[in-house]
Design a protein around this ligand. Structure first.
Ligand SMILES: Cc1cc2nc3c(=O)[nH]c(=O)nc-3n(C[C@H](O)[C@H](O)[C@H](O)COP(=O)(O)OP(=O)(O)OC[C@H]3O[C@@H](n4cnc5c(N)ncnc54)[C@H](O)[C@@H]3O)c2cc1C
Length: 417
């Protein structure tokens, strides 16, 4: 049975199977000529798919063990475990992750495979917390990579090209408390002239806009409890909101994590959305472009000029920051970046019609598209944006010499085996 992704905008070509243990998984992986791992299906393109004769192996029913090692300050988790389950266990044991994506429903292995990130000038993406991985290769071998192995920096953001990640070890830190405050209507001039001051004002800062407004609609701050702050009841002149809000004004704030400055655990504040609220699918498509921080202000100006072009299909945009890292296929490889995220209407043709203009503005600035979101890259700019791509290609060929995990997406990026 083939099926769709979470957003419903992509129909997988390959048959989906759901092994319940690692022996089953190993048998499936070694038998199938073409295979891909499927996490919680939250990507928006053909990245996870295999061709029609292939097999998609869902990690949803695989062992979901969560093992905390206080001494090494790490946690080992099954690749299919969702962040919402992991954060609950970590918090009850007094531990934390450094950051989360907006949604806690995504799987750990799927998130790190695509360099999924939250926000915060000093926060690396979720893949930067990877301290080790266990990968089942097409030959049926389990390969362990640990910190110190030079290949870990290549494998952390794997795009599923190396094998099925059955276990991930992540760095943890002592639990901490956070409060969220939202501020309405930040002047564009403030964002353009004082960008660094705006994004460094809290542990995590997100700006929400539809680009055509007189002011940036919303600044969403996640502040560490007890941290010094210069932000009082206003944020660069924008007043603190006194009612909870969803980032899309017409949607119910009930689904969002607690706001209004109420202090509480990181596990219930760092994601924008609550884990208890489980959307089975979403009426949206997403794209995101990670622009080198030095180009962020130019990128904001460029996207504002495109506001009338993108408005018919845009629900909301989020601007957030991610710290530089050294992971070969990370969108923050070698540079701090600013994410330009677009939540579109679920109108595939409409979105694909506006992406060329957006990419013509952003890709020349060095923007790297989010691997798991919709992008076109008609001029094949993207491979040139990754200095370690050749090393990654060699790593993938060593792990998977027959190309069992090489799908159409990876063939566009890396060529065929
Ligand atoms: C509502 C929503 C909110 C989102 N918010 C954010 C956000 O805040 N920040 C952000 O950066 N992104 C965000 N994303 C994007 C999302 O984090 C990525 O698309 C991520 O890859 C999804 O993980 P998944 O488990 O659903 O992966 P899937 O879509 O199932 O797969 C994605 C890739 O991961 C690989 N993969 C999955 N599991 C394994 C495994 N065990 N072993 C090897 N490879 C594997 C697949 O082969 C595929 O290549 C969001 C997406 C949605 C739908």
């Amino acid at each position: 049975m083939s099926d769709k992704n979470w957003a419903g905008n992509y129909q997988y070509s390959a048959r989906i199977v759901r092994p319940r243990d690692l022996d089953d998984l190993r048998e499936i992986v070694t038998r199938a000529p073409k295979i891909r791992a499927l996490g919680s299906r939250h990507s928006f393109n053909d990245l996870a798919d295999a061709d029609a004769a292939g097999v998609l192996v869902s990690t949803a029913d695989l062992p979901s063990e969560i093992r905390i090692d206080a001494e090494s300050r790490t946690v080992a988790v099954g690749g299919g475990v969702r962040y919402g389950d992991l954060t609950r266990d970590l918090q009850s044991a007094g531990w934390a992750l450094h950051n989360l994506a907006s949604l806690p429903h995504i799987s750990v292995a799927g998130a790190i495979a695509t360099a999924t990130h939250g926000s915060g000038d000093r926060n690396g993406n979720l893949s930067t917390a990877v301290a080790g991985m266990r990968i089942l290769t097409a030959s049926g071998e389990f390969v362990d990579l640990v910190r110190g192995d030079p290949e870990l920096a290549g494998a952390a953001v794997s795009l599923g090209a190396l094998g099925v990640v059955t276990q991930v070890t992540l760095d943890i830190l002592p639990t901490f408390d956070v409060r969220q405050r939202l501020f309405g209507g930040v002047q564009w001039d403030v964002v353009l002239d004082r960008f660094d001051a705006v994004t460094s004002a809290a542990y995590s800062v997100s700006l929400f806009t539809t680009w055509d407004e007189d002011t940036v609609a919303l600044a969403w701050l996640k502040e560490l409890d007890g941290a010094e702050t210069t932000i009082g009841d206003d944020f660069f002149g924008a007043p603190a909101l006194t009612e909870p809000r969803h980032m899309i004004p017409t949607m119910d704030a009930r689904n969002t994590t607690q706001q209004l400055g109420v202090v509480g655990p990181w596990s219930e504040r760092l994601a924008h959305f609550r884990f208890e609220f489980t959307p089975s699918n979403g009426a949206e498509i997403q794209s995101e472009y990670l622009v080198p921080r030095a180009q962020a202000v130019d990128a904001i100006r460029a996207v504002r000029e495109l506001a009338p072009v993108i408005a018919p299909v845009l629900q909301i945009s989020e601007i957030r920051t991610v710290a530089s890292d050294d992971l070969w296929l990370s969108s923050a490889y070698g540079t701090d970046v600013v994410g330009f995220h677009f939540t579109w209407l679920r109108d595939q043709a409409g979105v694909e019609a506006v992406l060329p203009a957006l990419e013509a503005a952003l890709l020349p600035l060095g923007a790297r598209p989010h691997w798991g979101k919709l992008y076109l890259d008609e001029d094949a700019v993207v491979p040139g944006l990754y200095p370690r791509l050749d090393d990654f290609r060699a790593l993938a060929e060593r792990f998977d010499p027959e190309g069992a995990f090489r799908n159409a997406f990876l063939t566009r990026l890396l060529g065929s085996v």
